[in-house]
Design a binder for this molecule. Structure first.
Ligand code: NAD
Ligand code: UDP
Length: 328
């Protein structure tokens, strides 16, 4: 039985990846320190004989007993509000954490896939974004802690590939959504859905003319799975190219949720990218992959997930309390 280590397993993407690898017959080690994750995302896996959870901060030395065939490094805060509140952990998990995992991969002779992001393109001057675009990132802005950690992560991964001959894969993930996102993580989909369910107005930042392209989680997992088993070591964009302005998206959510909320406008956060759309030509050709779930279907499934949350969870609208973690 092949063994895979998934970091960030108690988070949104890590828990869906854990499900997929269990389903495919792997033994899964799920690792997380719960800083932005939630134990409820993996509760259903804890009785699985082929799943073992390890509570651990990946910025500390990592030990896994026995063989390991694959590593998927998904541990990292991923929402702008999260990484603004825990900037130093964000830098550390992308840099020190990735270094530890590359070292582990080398020691175990395992193939490693790291989760990069469309944020490496910053506020892009090329549209749609192709993998050969170098990006436009403000190193010292508030988002720099995430963007630069991810850029460093790509660099050190390529260095291990070139210098040590390690088998590496890099996925550049574009905005992905679905069940198990944290309702109060501040990302636009849980934010709008939570507001609609609580009967609050929807907060659009800026004039709402900035664009995003939203990918449903099952499509993202399929793309990542195919990339891991491909023989390509350079970055690959995985996302859904169907682009929409945030204002139009807010209107879609109002229609979907059947509420009569208004849109209210708030200040655009610093360095919020004005446009984002993946060019997925490479993924199509290399991985024979295209997204299958359209936004209407994916949003409905996601809304049904948020709808069944308890009133207590729904009203916990304040952001996560990170006070028990220090920014060491
Ligand atoms: P998430 O916050 O739901 O999950 C991240 C998980 O990593 C959490 O469970 C958190 O507790 C864990 N974690 C963070 N630091 C850790 C540490 N030092 N040690 C151990 N565990 C740690 O976020 P997500 O959306 O599932 O994102 C997962 C990965 O995908 C991240 O690397 C993120 O940068 C990347 N990504 C996600 C998106 C998206 O749209 N969801 C887009 C681009 C990139
Ligand atoms: N956004 C918004 N209202 C909110 C939350 C987010 O208008 O309540 C906007 C945000 O400014 C950005 C887009 O939605 O332009 C996507 O934000 P998100 O935090 O989901 O991810 P990003 O793509 O910026 O990393």
């Amino acid at each position: 039985m092949k063994k895979v280590l998934i970091t960030g397993a108690a988070g949104f993407l890590g828990s869906h990846l854990s499900d997929r690898f269990i389903k495919e017959g792997f033994f899964v080690f799920g690792m997380d320190n719960y800083i932005t994750g939630d134990s409820k995302n993996i509760k259903h896996l804890l009785d699985e004989p082929n799943f073992k959870f390890i509570e651990h901060d990946v910025t500390e030395f990592i030990e896994i007993e026995g063989d390991l065939d694959y590593i998927l490094h998904f541990a990292s805060p991923a929402s702008p509000i999260d990484y603004l509140k825990i900037p130093i952990q964000t830098l550390k998990v992308g840099s020190l954490g990735t270094h530890n995992l590359l070292g582990l991969a080398k020691a175990k002779n395992a193939r490693i896939l790291i989760a990069s992001t469309s944020e490496v393109y910053g506020d892009p001057l090329v549209h749609p974004q192709t993998e050969d675009y170098y990006g436009n990132v403000n190193t010292i802005g508030p988002r720099g802690v995430y963007d630069e950690a991810k850029r460093f992560q790509e660099s050190i991964t390529m260095a291990y590939h070139r210098f040590h001959g390690l088998e590496t894969r890099i996925v550049r993930i574009f905005n992905t959504y679905g069940p198990r996102m944290r309702l109060n993580d501040g990302r636009v989909i849980p934010a709008f859905m939570g507001q609609a369910l609580r009967g609050e107005d929807l907060t659009v930042f800026g004039d709402g003319m900035q664009t995003r392209s939203f990918c449903y989680v099952d499509d993202q997992v399929e793309g990542i799975y195919n990339l891991l088993f491909s023989d390509y070591s350079y970055p690959v964009n995985i996302g859904n190219p169907h682009e929409i302005t945030i204002k139009d998206f807010a209107e879609e959510i109002i229609k979907l949720t059947g509420t009569d909320q208004k849109i209210i406008y708030k200040e655009l956060p610093t360095d919020d990218p004005l446009q984002r759309q993946p060019d997925i030509t490479l993924a199509k050709k290399l991985l024979n992959w295209t997204p299958k779930v359209d936004r209407a279907e994916g949003m409905e499934t996601t809304f049904n997930y948020f709808k069944q949350l308890s009133p207590e969870e729904l009203n916990k609208s304040e952001h996560k309390d990170f006070s028990s973690y220090t920014n060491k």
